[in-house]
Design a protein around this ligand. Structure first.
Ligand SMILES: NC(=O)c1ccc[n+]([C@@H]2O[C@H](COP(=O)([O-])OP(=O)(O)OC[C@H]3O[C@@H](n4cnc5c(N)ncnc54)[C@H](OP(=O)(O)O)[C@@H]3O)[C@@H](O)[C@H]2O)c1
Length: 253
């Protein structure tokens, strides 16, 4: 098993990509610490993975809670070898429609939350000199712009800039920083858009049922993104998979 003996923190594990990653990490022999806000979903997940999994409440936008929980995890398990940051919000919106509150949540979660979690884990990995892997679920929208996704793209361009700079700091500490850049994935976040005008114009799922089913079927499955994460995490020491762009064949950048 590729991750035997490793302690793996999966943030955003209650749903979608993070959920699939947590299950794969468990199957690969890791001790899994599954975090997010919805504890009832994490508890189901932990039951599914088995005795090598624990659920921990974490709101990534609350940096005090993040730091406390990360410290607790280091205390309890003695180390974190792998962080997978899969918390995120994805919604379509048109700038003219002024969805300020949606944008605040998206920026808080995708950008500030990422910094809160990565800083808390990275600093401990560095001071304990244990090396490790930090893999972040970014997006193909961190590489190219998409209409109706200007704020979302902005958050993912931030993610890419943050990770590219951090990589230059982390190479001295044997910490591999990977950006996973999926295209459309079959997850609940495909249905979170409240700006119906933007969804009508740009969401591949805003169409008659038959067409919608075809669009859904064409998307990646969360398990395929999890495979990409495991590929990045299971490289030999000294090899860094820095970026993985993974898309449905129908939607190349
Ligand atoms: N689906 C796609 O097509 C797609 C494409 C490219 C990239 N992505 C990216 O993939 C990542 C995962 O998204 P997904 O599609 O898997 O969405 P999802 O199924 O909606 O899952 C989002 C996860 O983020 C967690 N989360 C949200 N806010 C949080 C907070 N404040 N604190 C802690 N956890 C929080 C949620 O947990 P709780 O609600 O329990 O806290 C949930 O576990 C996102 O960064 C997204 O941008 C998705």
């Amino acid at each position: 098993m590729a991750l035997s003996g490793k302690v793996c923190l999966v943030v955003g594990a209650s749903s979608g990509v993070g959920h699939a990653v947590a299950i794969r990490c468990g199957k690969e022999g890791a001790t899994v610490v599954a975090c997010s806000r919805r504890m009832h979903l994490l508890n189901f997940l932990v039951e599914e993975i088995g005795s090598n999994a624990t659920a921990v409440h974490m709101d990534v936008t609350d940096h005090k809670e993040v730091l406390d929980k990360v410290n607790d995890i280091f205390e309890k398990f003695g180390r974190i070898d792998i962080l997978v940051y899969a918390a995120g919000i994805f919604t379509y919106s048109l700038i003219k429609n002024k969805f300020f509150e949606d944008w605040r949540k998206m920026i808080d979660t995708n950008c500030q939350g990422l910094v809160n979690v990565v800083a808390s884990v990275f600093s401990e990995m560095q001071s304990r000199k244990i090396g490790g892997n930090i893999a972040v679920i970014s997006s193909d929208a961190g590489r190219v712009p998409y209409p109706g996704l200007s704020v979302f793209c902005g958050t993912k361009f931030f993610v890419e800039g943050f990770l590219r700079s951090l990589r230059l700091e982390s190479k001295l500490n044997d910490i591999v920083i990977t950006s996973i850049q999926p295209g459309d994935v079959q997850t609940p976040s495909q249905q979170w858009t409240t700006d119906t005008e933007a969804a009508q114009l740009f969401s591949p799922l805003h169409c008659p049922p038959e067409q919608c089913q075809r669009a859904w079927d064409a998307m990646l499955k969360p398990e395929q993104v999890a495979d990409a994460v495991i590929f990045a995490l299971s490289q030999p020491k000294g090899t860094a998979v820095n970026e993985v762009l993974i898309q449905p064949i129908t939607g190349p950048v």
